[in-house]
Design a binder for this molecule. Structure first.
Ligand code: CAA
Length: 258
């Protein structure tokens, strides 16, 4: 869509693709860039033909963090009054699955943006880190919270306190990314995964995403209960009947998203 200045947004079949496109600053996440990502994913959320979304960057950088040049002079009253970075979280309200396809640097806000997505796939040269400590600040968009859930306390502390990075293999081993692929195959692999997700009932996919994300917020008992109620809810859908009937009749199911 040509109305965007800092991103490219296009539909590839049933997959909505957002490509960050501020190459001169390694996709530094300015206010304008984040607004455009939010607008694009909202359009894909509303589009019935889109079943899943990919966010990617360039070979050199997924995103090298929040825009340091934009933040340098910000005062505490500015930050507080404008609730600096609050709008970033809009991404987590999108109910369709979002895959972050990461080549190159995913640092600071770039790593946080990737972690706000549902699945991270990395190219072999990807680099993840929270280097804010080197700038005299700390992660401001979930880095201290999501990283610990993804890779555990010791590794999360190391990244946040030293500013050390994880390479793609280390990130996979730590559980931050779901798979590592050759650099030039990143988008193809991410698209394959996104298409597979988009090929299922979109109603069931949304329920599955909601149930997995509930584990961030709930105790185990509450989470198990929430999951069971959602599981029960699927039995009120056409697509559960269709899916199980197709299995029994040894045929391919046709989903109606209802
Ligand atoms: N913000 C603004 N501009 C950035 C940027 C950022 N986060 N990262 C890179 N750039 C700009 C550079 O200033 C440079 O611009 P000029 O050509 O105008 O000088 C251009 O992108 C290319 O960068 P480099 O010359 O530095 O490229 P490199 O290959 O030598 O190094 C890098 C790459 C290691 C990623 C290095 O750019 C770097 O360390 N970037 C900053 C990473 C960082 O600290 N991120 C955290 C930001 S704070 C944050 O994100 C807070 C939060 O929690 C939300």
């Amino acid at each position: 869509n040509s109305s965007f200045q800092y991103i490219l947004a296009e539909k590839k079949g049933r997959v909505g693709l957002v490509t960050l496109n501020r190459p001169k600053s390694l996709n530094a996440l300015s206010d304008g860039l984040i607004s455009e990502i939010n607008s694009a994913v909202k359009l894909f959320q509303e589009d019935k033909d889109v079943g899943s979304i990919i966010i990617t960057g360039s070979e050199k950088a997924f995103a090298a963090g929040a825009d340091i040049k934009e933040m340098e002079k910000v005062t505490l009253p500015d930050a507080y009054n404008n609730d600096l970075l609050a709008q970033w979280h809009d991404l987590t309200k999108i109910r369709k699955p979002i895959i972050a396809a990461v080549n190159g640097y995913a640092l600071g806000g770039g790593c946080e943006l990737a972690m706000m997505c549902d699945i991270i796939i990395a190219g072999e040269k990807a680099v993840f880190g929270q280097p804010e400590i080197k700038l005299g600040t700390i992660p401001g968009c979930g880095g201290t919270q999501r990283l610990i859930r993804a890779i555990g306390k010791s590794k999360a502390m190391e990244l946040v306190l030293t500013g050390n990075n994880l390479n793609a293999i280390e990130a996979e081993k730590a559980g931050l990314v779901s798979k590592v692929v050759p650099v030039e195959e990143l988008l193809t692999e991410a698209t394959k995964m996104a298409e597979k997700i988009a090929s299922y009932s979109q109603l069931t996919v949304a329920m599955a995403k909601e149930a997995v994300n509930a584990s961030y917020e709930l105790t185990l008992q509450e989470g198990i209960r929430f999951e069971r109620r959602m599981f029960h809810s699927t039995f009120g859908t056409h697509d559960q009947k269709e899916g199980m009937n197709a299995f029994v009749e040894k045929r391919t199911p046709t989903w109606h998203n209802k």
